[in-house]
Every structure is written in structure tokens, then in C-alpha cells.
Design a protein. Structure first.
Length: 374
């Protein structure tokens, strides 16, 4: 097991090389908080630096939070979680990160061994090296569509992580990114990814399902080495040679590419659309089996206006709604309904909605009746 001293020996060269996150434009919603010390559990300014349970904010960056425990709050206006900011806060159980944060530093949450879940705001564009290194209690994490890369060792030794959804904004997965994620059972790499680093999923011993998209052109050595529960995988591309796949640790495992018949999602009850107090609501309708993700699209006078993806369940890529401009897509719907303010309809006369339901690699699509707008 790596000790604190060993971790610092590994991390410090990255810090000296200024290996930090690529960031999005800072949020203008709030000014950076006053420089000083803040209560870990309140996110409020503290007049004194004495005692434990505090972290420091300097020029909008959080540092020195290793004494934090329990549920930690970072105030709005903070723009970065600094290098090793909460390393090693072993009693930290959860953290609230505001949308003003655009970067998370190297090893920011390394060895936060009581942290069970975290939501990364959609202002962050990459997950840095060692960001969640040795977070052994972490069972789930939400990665937003803003993230384009997952750094080296980012989720190293996250032994409780059972599933993770990689959004279709990610283009690269770093070396050792999910090394020894022994509880991870399935992984679908999105079509946006072109590079998967060496040892990225090495020793993910519970992994039973793997899909490698055609977009991957670089696959490191031993990427899937010691994935002892994995007997087969899906890859239909041509960029990765058999030698590359074998060197990645997939030798002896069956490669599938032939089409597999999947029963369709047959609609049984059409969705409904209604208006109440200026809000248009569309229900999902019913299908031949329960949907694990639903896409709702609103059409006004025959023209597409807005699309909402369910925010829970299976992740579906935004390009699935080919009729929708990316700027009109949100992920705020439930599995049963989506709502929009009537103001988006303008002076139109009639509205209808379409639902696209998904379950086990099958989809179903059906429209509601149209209704008159007030």
C-alpha cells in the first residue's frame, strides 16, 4: 500500500510540472470569497485560523483542508479546489462543490477514504491526475458533460466503485485511471474517446461487460490485465490490431462484433401532454418493458423547441436526439415526465411531444396527441 510519503513522491513531480486541470471560463455568478479560513461544515468565513475543521481560501482556491470531517461545503465563488486540498481528510464523507469551480487540482481528494459519493459541477472540464486516488469508500460519482479528460491515477484503488458513467464529451482516459477498481462490473466507453491509457482498468476483477468503440485508436498495454471475471468484450473497429488488444490484456477473451437481436421497445400507451399554470408537461407513456432512460422532445406547430433527457438511469448520448440542436438539450427530466415553461412556445397554436424510451439496448418512439396552446 502506498504511504503518504510515497504519494507525495509520486505527486510532487506533477505539481512541479504544473500538471493541473484544463479549465472552462470562470463563472461570473459570484465574486471569489474573502481570503481566509472557512468552516468545513458551514462554508462560512472564520475570524480565526486556530483549531481544526477549517480549510483555507486564497484568491478563489481552496487549500489546507486535511482536517475536514463529515459533510464539507465550499461556498459559491470559489474557482478551484487546489492541489492536495483535502489530502488526506480521512473522515470527510461528502462535499458540495459549487458551479463556480472550474478546476480540481492534482490529488485534491486523495486518501479521503470515507468519501462515498460526489457530484462534479458542469463547469469542470477535466478530472486531474490523482484527483480521487485511494478513495476506497467511493461508490458513485457523477461526471458532467463538460469533462473532456480523465487524468492518470484519477480513480486509482477506488475499490467500492460499482459503476461509472463516462459522458460522450470525454476524449481520453489516463494511465491507471481505474486501476484496482475491483467492484466495477461494467464499462461502456463512449464514441468520443480516442485514447485509453496503460493499466486504466487493470485488476478490475468484477468487470463482466466491456464495449470498446470504433473511435479508440490508442489502447495502452495491460489496460484490461487481470480482469478475471471478463470472458468476452465488444469491439467492431479496425484501428486496434489483435496484437494491441492482446497486449491490453484481452488475450484469451472472446471478441464479439456480430449483431445481436434485441426485442424492440413496443409502445402500449402514448404519452400525454398538458398545460397547467403556464407549464407544459409531457409524460413518458408506457412500453413493453420498463424504460431505464427516456428522452422527451417538445414540438410546437411542428417545429422542435426543446429536448430533455432523464437525469437518472442509463446514460444516453446527446446525439441520439438527432432532431435537436445541442443548445436545446437539458438533462433535468425524470423517467416519467418532463416540463417546460409555456413562454418558450411564443405565439404558437399547437404543441405535442415525442418520447424515446430505452432499455437493454432497445428503443421505442411514440408521439402524444397535439393540444391547443392558450
Amino acid at each position: 500500500m502506498l504511504t503518504r510519503a510515497k504519494l507525495l513522491r509520486v505527486v510532487l513531480p506533477f505539481l512541479l510540472a504544473a500538471s493541473v486541470l484544463t479549465t472552462a471560463s470562470p463563472s461570473a455568478s459570484a465574486a471569489p470569497p474573502t481570503n481566509g479560513y472557512y468552516g468545513c461544515n458551514s462554508g462560512s468565513y472564520e475570524s480565526s485560523s486556530s483549531g481544526s475543521g477549517r480549510y483555507q481560501i486564497s484568491s478563489g482556491s481552496v487549500t489546507n483542508g486535511s482536517s475536514c470531517a463529515g459533510a464539507v461545503i465550499i461556498p459559491d465563488g470559489v474557482t478551484s479546489v487546489g492541489d492536495l486540498a483535502f489530502y488526506p481528510a480521512t473522515a470527510l464523507t461528502s462535499i458540495t462543490i459549487p458551479n463556480s469551480v472550474t478546476s480540481i487540482g492534482v490529488g485534491a481528494f486523495a486518501y479521503t477514504t470515507a468519501l462515498t459519493s460526489i457530484t462534479i459541477p458542469n463547469s469542470v472540464t477535466s478530472i486531474s491526475d490523482f484527483a480521487f486516488y485511494f478513495t476506497t469508500a467511493l461508490t458513485s460519482i457523477t461526471i458532467p458533460n463538460s469533462v473532456t479528460s480523465i487524468g492518470d491515477f484519477a480513480f486509482y484503488f477506488t475499490t467500492a466503485l460499482t459503476s461509472i458513467t463516462i459522458p460522450d464529451s470525454v476524449t481520453s482516459i489516463g494511465d491507471y485511471a481505474f486501476y484496482f477498481a475491483t467492484a466495477l462490473t461494467s464499462i461502456t466507453i463512449p464514441n468520443s474517446v480516442t485514447s485509453v491509457g496503460s493499466h486504466a482498468f487493470n485488476s478490475a476483477t468484477s468487470l463482466t461487460s466491456l464495449t470498446i468503440p470504433d473511435s479508440v485508436t490508442t489502447l495502452g498495454n495491460d489496460t484490461f490485465y487481470n480482469t478475471t471475471s471478463l470472458t468476452q468484450y465488444t469491439y467492431c473497429g479496425t484501428s486496434l490490431t489483435e496484437n494491441t488488444l492482446n497486449n491490453a490484456g484481452l488475450n484469451g477473451k472472446t471478441k464479439n462484433c456480430a449483431p445481436v437481436y434485441v426485442p424492440p421497445m413496443l409502445p402500449s400507451i402514448a404519452p400525454t401532454i398538458s398545460i397547467n399554470d403556464g407549464v407544459i408537461t409531457c409524460t413518458a407513456g408506457e412500453y413493453s418493458r420498463a424504460a431505464t432512460s427516456v428522452v422527451f422532445s417538445l414540438f410546437v406547430d411542428g417545429n422542435h423547441v426543446a429536448t430533455n433527457f432523464s437525469s437518472t438511469g442509463d446514460y444516453l448520448p446527446s446525439w441520439l436526439a438527432v432532431w435537436a440542436d445541442p443548445s436545446t438539450i437539458q438533462r433535468t427530466a425524470s423517467l416519467t415526465s418532463a416540463s417546460w415553461n409555456i413562454g418558450i412556445a411564443g405565439n404558437a397554436s399547437r404543441a405535442s411531444c415525442w418520447t424515446l424510451a430505452y432499455s437493454q439496448h432497445a428503443t421505442g418512439l411514440i408521439s402524444s396527441d397535439s393540444i391547443s396552446l392558450p
